[in-house]
Design a protein around this ligand. Sequence first.
Ligand code: ATP
Ligand code: MG
Ligand code: MG
Length: 403
Amino acid sequence: MTDKVVGVLGEIFTDLLRWIFKKSYSGGGQLGRMLAAAASLLNIKIVILDVGEHAPAKQVLAPTSTQYAHIDGSFTDQARIRELAAKVDVLTVEIEHVDANALAQADGCEIHPSPGTIKLIQDKLAQKQHLQSRGCPVSDYIAVDSTVESIHAAAKKLGLPLMLKSRTLAYDGRGNFVLRDFDEVPTALAALGNRPLYAEKWVPFTHEIAVMVVRSTSGEVRAYPVVETVHKENVCHLVFAPLRTRDATLSRRAQAVAEDAIKTFEGAGVFGVEMFLMDDGGLYINEIAPRPHNSGHYTIEACETSQYENHLRAILSLPLGSTALKVPSCAMLNIIGLSSSMDEVTDLTNVALTVPGASVHLYGKSECRKGRKMGHITVVAESDAALRTRLRVLLEALPSSPI
Ligand code: ATP
Ligand code: MG
Ligand code: MG
């Protein structure tokens, strides 16, 4: 099938976020872990570069020889990047907040998606400008300086509430500030740490939806089914697939918006397209991730080819797999840490083991923290009614329900 070796650049996020937020959130490693699990089924060799010696992705794939040993190191370390590039045929990423310039300098291997795509997407303002210039639907936004005057001017133009966003290094809403009053501008600036910012008009969406799209090295794009994502406090808690709607055209329209957007980027792999659904059926793209995405975890159990396997197939120029659903109804529940204790995670997992159709994925993170994604549970069922019954058991096991 293929002898090519894949290198995956894991998080460098921990250090950067420690610096910015004075906290040590980590980028995770779960996406790399699930990518490695998919690779193992196809005998595809994977080498992980990650600061953590026991990072989630490294735990699931023992190197087949010393030649393919995982690398402990930061993505900002040029020497480690060269070391990884020398071992592999294709480089890919599990997180977009990498040093795209350093990636572009990696010689002797293909890089997917292209460093240019990663650089464009990692700057949310540049991403919005790119999408708008290509005719993709995005809501109003404006570039701002990190000054009171500039933000006042943006709020006067776009109205309140105003969504202030960090252009870079954002995830799980860390980097967003909802400005509800002009008096809050200094608080917003303090919270966002004088980072490069831009402002978005507040979007009164009725639902958030998402579509994974896989793009081959020849530019072919295939959309996965449209899913509904349920967020609480900026964090995705639940995903439902397929999208249930009375609008017969919605799924196809949303897939077309997502496919058209991904056609504008260079490089292969899967991309996550987050969208806002409006009351009148209109759609706006919120943001795009150039990698496997939380809203696509469900594809492991519910689709004919998971997002992880299709990412590998795409970057290795193998035939793309079908993106069709293979179950009538599916939900994915993120297991999010409630405290530093693993007890709640263990309790929920134990309940999930009693639910038919539920598959537990734990990420092997050494420490639990409030708000940290520790794992997820996918539930499949033969009907929406059966799914609701199964999901209810899990939701009742949570201290507070996300819906
Ligand atoms: P992640 O990468 O983890 O998805 P992020 O930090 O990049 O998150 P966004 O996706 O930009 O953040 O925003 C997080 C959430 O905030 C969205 O899912 C949505 O619920 C809300 N949100 C974002 N932009 C707007 C907006 N312009 N108007 C209203 N709500 C918004
Ligand atoms: Mg984001
Ligand atoms: Mg988002």
